[in-house]
Write a protein that binds this ligand. Structure first.
Ligand SMILES: Cc1cc2nc3c(=O)[nH]c(=O)nc-3n(C[C@H](O)[C@H](O)[C@H](O)COP(=O)(O)OP(=O)(O)OC[C@H]3O[C@@H](n4cnc5c(N)ncnc54)[C@H](O)[C@@H]3O)c2cc1C
Length: 575
């Protein structure tokens, strides 16, 4: 049975400017996967993209996908099972997601991955030691559920390369040279051979003279760039049109089904008919301050997100316009973010917190979380702490000269590569704070000095014993994944003792919102009466996440975006 569709824009009287079987809105990885699969199932498809660059947040992401029990994991010898994965997802999602959707995910994600590997340019590698994010939950695994995209050669994109959203400088060595997630891990954690690998990557970039004459960007695409570059090339092979500067405005529906959409193309209104269906894959609402104010916990600021500015919840609003239900609107893929000056503005702290020699505190100078916890959990902890003590928002990451010398932190490269005197002077007091004593630092950042001194003294005891008695930093496989392997007894703990001392302001940011249109196991959007709206599908951050409030492992957002895109394409093609 279909939901009674609330009529959207007027349908019948106006003629269509274009007609396709399937309209995909949004050119992130979910949209591109849906478009490729729908095309291969015999549908005529168009992909619409609001901005003048394709790829969305997916293009600036790590490109990792969390897909338990897939063929690459099996080939790598993973010990995993469908039951373990379901047990884990159920525990992580805490009853907030239907079992039917989780089962659909676990069944189709491995198929989606194999399909893309066999039929497109996109290739992955299982990450043997990248742990699930909640190692204490039943069914978790210490590796082989996250897949890292293999590098892709940008020259295969021809002129289209220039239109791909570029990666964030934070994912590049020196803002230029690309790394896979595996390489980044080796270099960051100073594993055996890290320096040689670093030199090889640099040499390869700078010696690629023909490409250097064409572009500053590295031809060796990795992470989200590799994923989006591979998918874009696969769309080009199939001649699937991708229309940039074309923004969904509203959905056209009669009382029975979705008929098409109204879009704005280069400032002109156009109407596009969809014979089989519309797949909404237009990301979340993270840049829409009014929607943040309406739905997310407070305080919240659009400027705290690190995603592209074109994600303003348009597709969620358009879905609501034809009677769709929404869910999980008060959740996001949270991540602590720091302010950066210049083009980039913001950066998420994914891994720096795991490294030894730093501590995160509230305004009382007190800790409130295991600093190495998954990024989503850090922000949940910030809100919980703020509710209790009204002394969070912002929080502060504090570290000493040793940490500063050895490790990167946000936009700061390790001081051994880029010392303070080489940083722009305007950064001091804005991007980072610095003082010779903890008391002086506390005064600068308006944090209680006694609290901070006591906290640091306790952290230093934990560093010596190797055991964090309060929050267990470094006590599990996830925490230790980004620890420094050379630091003993706990790779996530070292004394914070050597002046000068530093602080960076931490805001309750995100890498996308995760609430959106409620969908079923076929990615169909559900109406207020709980029945699907015929012809309307959603995936990625336009839909309420199959992961509920949790972040089970690296790749928990792209994996579902691509899988439910794959499922939607099959469903609307009637396969
Ligand atoms: C630095 C970083 C690293 C990350 N790493 C990972 C990772 O390794 N693994 C993982 O799973 N997740 C990761 N994420 C999160 C992940 O990238 C996002 O959650 C995911 O890309 C969302 O995909 P999407 O298709 O929903 O949206 P997007 O990829 O953002 O695509 C949506 C597209 O729709 C377009 N659009 C918006 N409105 C309209 C409209 N009205 N009409 C037409 N088009 C529109 C947007 O311009 C955008 O291009 C990371 C995020 C960041 C920021």
């Amino acid at each position: 049975m279909s939901s009674g569709v609330r009529p959207g824009a007027p349908a019948r009287e106006a003629k269509w400017d274009h007609e396709f079987d399937v309209i995909v809105v949004g050119s992130g990885s979910g949209g591109m996967t849906a478009a490729i699969v729908a095309h291969d199932l015999g549908q005529s498809v168009v992909v619409l993209e609001k901005s003048d660059q394709y790829g969305g947040t997916s293009a600036i992401s790590g490109g990792g996908v969390w897909v338990p029990c897939n063929h690459l994991a099996s080939a790598a010898g993973a010990k995993d099972s469908h039951d373990d994965a379901l047990t884990y997802m159920k525990a992580a999602t805490r009853g907030m997601v239907s079992e039917a959707r989780m089962l659909a995910y676990l069944e189709h994600a491995p198929r989606m991955l194999r399909y893309l590997e066999e039929k497109t340019w996109l290739k992955y590698r299982a990450m043997a030691n990248y742990s699930d994010y909640y190692p204490a939950l039943p069914g978790s695994k210490s590796g082989n559920r996250t897949m890292d995209p293999l590098p892709f050669d940008a020259s295969k994109l021809g002129e289209e390369f220039a239109r791909m959203r570029p990666p964030q400088p934070g994912t590049l060595i020196g803002g230029r040279v690309t790394m896979t997630a595996g390489e980044a891990h080796t270099i960051l954690c100073k594993e055996r051979g890290w320096l040689m690998l670093f030199m090889r990557r640099m040499a390869r970039y700078w010696l690629d003279i023909p490409w250097r004459l064409r572009s500053k960007r590295d031809r060796r695409l990795t992470l989200g760039s590799s994923m989006i570059g591979s998918l874009r090339r696969s769309m080009m092979d199939r001649r699937i049109p991708l229309w940039l500067n074309t923004s969904l405005e509203s959905i056209v529906a009669d009382a029975r089904r979705i008929e098409g959409i109204v879009a704005n193309q280069d400032g002109k209104s156009i109407r596009i008919a969809a014979r089989r269906g519309v797949i909404l894959a237009a990301g979340g609402f993270e840049h829409n301050q009014a929607m943040r104010d309406e739905y997310l916990p407070k305080p919240t600021q659009a400027e705290w997100t690190v995603t592209p500015t074109s994600n303003t919840g348009d597709a969620i609003r358009a879905g609501q316009g034809v009677g769709a239900q929404v869910a999980l609107m008060d959740h996001a893929w949270w991540a602590p973010t720091v302010f950066v000056m210049g083009r980039e503005k913001r950066r998420a702290l994914f891994v720096e917190r795991n490294l030894p020699g730093c501590v995160m505190v509230n305004r009382l100078g007190r800790r409130f979380v295991d600093e190495a916890a998954p990024y989503s959990e850090i922000v949940y902890a910030m809100y919980a702490d703020d509710e209790k003590h009204h002394a969070n928002m912002p929080a502060w990451l504090v570290f000493d000269a040793d940490f500063r010398r050895k490790y990167p932190c946000g936009p700061l490269l390790p001081a051994m590569a880029r010392p303070d005197k080489a940083l722009p002077s305007a950064w001091l007091g804005k991007v980072y704070f610095k003082a010779d004593t903890l008391d002086a630092l506390a005064a600068q950042i308006e944090v209680d000095a006694n609290g901070l001194r006591e906290t640091v003294a306790r952290m230093n005891q934990y560093a010596a014993s190797g055991e964090d008695k309060e929050f267990g930093k470094g006590s599990n496989t996830f925490d230790r994944y980004y620890g420094d392997v050379n630091v003993k007894p706990n790779p996530c703990l070292a004394p914070i003792a050597k002046p000068p001392f530093y602080a960076m302001r931490i805001d309750a940011g995100d890498i996308g919102t995760k609430g959106g249109l409620l969908t079923d196991e076929y990615a169909r959007v559900l109406g207020q009466d709980g029945n699907p709206i015929a012809g309307l599908y959603a995936t990625g951050n336009t839909s309420a996440s199959v992961m509920g409030p949790s972040y089970p492992g690296a790749g928990s957002t792209l994996g579902p975006a691509m899988t439910f895109g794959y499922i939607a394409a099959h469903h609307l093609a009637g396969v």
